[in-house]
Ligand binder design. Structure first.
Ligand code: ACO
Length: 319
């Protein structure tokens, strides 16, 4: 038994925050941001929009694209580092908003920017083992709520959004393999100060980052996960048709494309318009490429992501 992606969907909040808008908020410039990150704008959730709302819009589009009834969904996994509440999970809130009653398991995965790849891999195991037949996997984030809007080192990087896929049991191969890793020794390179309940702290949670440390770490582990994924499947670089990377930074993406020998036309890029939407970035990029008609049946996609923890992972997918 294999699992196949049968529908994709995504959602971006209406409000757009451009680099020019940021010039009026912190000491920065469009040129600085764009030349170092490739980002020129990002979307920001409205005050009354929550992570589960963004997830709901993206999920409805994926459900429609797959042509299924929501009641068929027997597993929901949401990758998010910005859940609506400590509990219930965003996945349970989403299940309720979708009107699914007495359904299968619904839970969140916290792997920050690797959250979608972690969630996809977990759902793939559920389907391969016969425990689920039709899974909804979502990456959804409201990063704007944990960004320190006075810190130019971090506030220029992130955006809000959601992406979703329907993963169904199939006799033909879809997800070829997934590869996940973590190393908590690098926890201080990128973290959020507060926001959890296990430690007593004052003040609002805020993202803290060692930018150049993150950059070097990300390029190194993405390099090795490309090797690991190809060799696990006896594949060559030339077997990859599309790279669908986590959209953190154009320079990190270019380094991975170079490693694969892939021209940038074969890399799905949304970082310029979306910024870094953490767990939402890969499914947002995937849905954008699918709806633009770029990805054709039978093509091979490599998804990869790296995020706080540190966590990193890949998924090799036959479309
Ligand atoms: N505008 C203007 N100047 C800025 C800004 C800004 N928004 N942010 C930082 N600076 C300044 C710093 O204060 C520093 O000034 P100083 O030298 O006077 O101290 C200087 O710019 C640093 O400049 P560079 O060293 O040239 O910066 P660098 O080329 O390292 O780029 C960046 C910084 C973009 C953060 C880079 O390190 C990076 O992309 N890192 C990866 C970060 C990332 O992707 N994080 C996302 C989360 S992790 C993930 O998703 C993989």
């Amino acid at each position: 038994m294999f699992s196949r992606i049968t529908g994709t969907g995504s959602y971006l909040p209406k409000k757009v925050l451009t680099n020019q808008d940021l010039e009026r908020m912190v000491e920065t410039s469009h040129d600085w941001i764009f030349s170092r990150t490739g980002i020129s704008q990002r979307h920001i959730a409205a005050d009354d929009e929550s992570t589960s709302d963004l997830a709901l819009h993206a999920s409805r589009r994926a459900i429609e694209a797959a042509g299924i009834d929501p009641q068929q969904i027997d597993l929901i996994i949401v990758g998010t580092t910005t859940p609506d509440q400590v509990f219930p999970s965003t996945a349970c809130l989403l299940q309720n908003k979708l009107g699914i009653r007495s359904g299968g398991p619904a839970f969140d995965i916290q792997a920050v920017c690797s959250g979608f790849v972690y969630a996809l891999s977990t759902a793939d195991q559920f389907i391969r083992s016969g425990q689920s037949k039709c899974a909804l996997i979502v990456g959804a984030e409201t990063m704007s709520r944990i960004v320190d809007w006075t810190d130019r080192n971090t506030c220029v990087l992130f955006g809000d959004g959601a992406g979703a896929v329907i993963l169904q049991a199939s006799e033909t191969e879809g997800i070829i393999s997934t590869h996940l890793h973590a190393d908590g020794a690098y926890k201080d390179l990128l973290s959020v100060d507060g926001g959890g309940c296990g430690v007593k702290r004052e003040g609002d949670p805020r993202v803290i980052m060692d930018g150049s440390g993150v950059f070097k770490f990300a390029v190194g582990v993405l390099d090795s996960i490309v090797e690991e994924t190809l060799s696990a499947n006896n594949m060559q670089k030339s077997d990859i048709d599309w790279l669908v990377p986590h959209q953190a930074n154009i320079r990190i993406i270019q380094a991975t494309a170079k490693k694969l020998g892939l021209p940038m036309e074969r890399v799905v890029l949304t970082v310029e318009r979306h910024g870094n939407t953490s767990a939402a970035s890969i499914p947002l990029a995937l849905d954008t490429a699918v709806r633009e008609g770029k990805i054709k049946p039978g093509e091979t996609l490599l998804m990869e992501g790296v995020g706080g923890g540190f966590t990193w992972g890949s998924a090799l997918v036959r479309w």
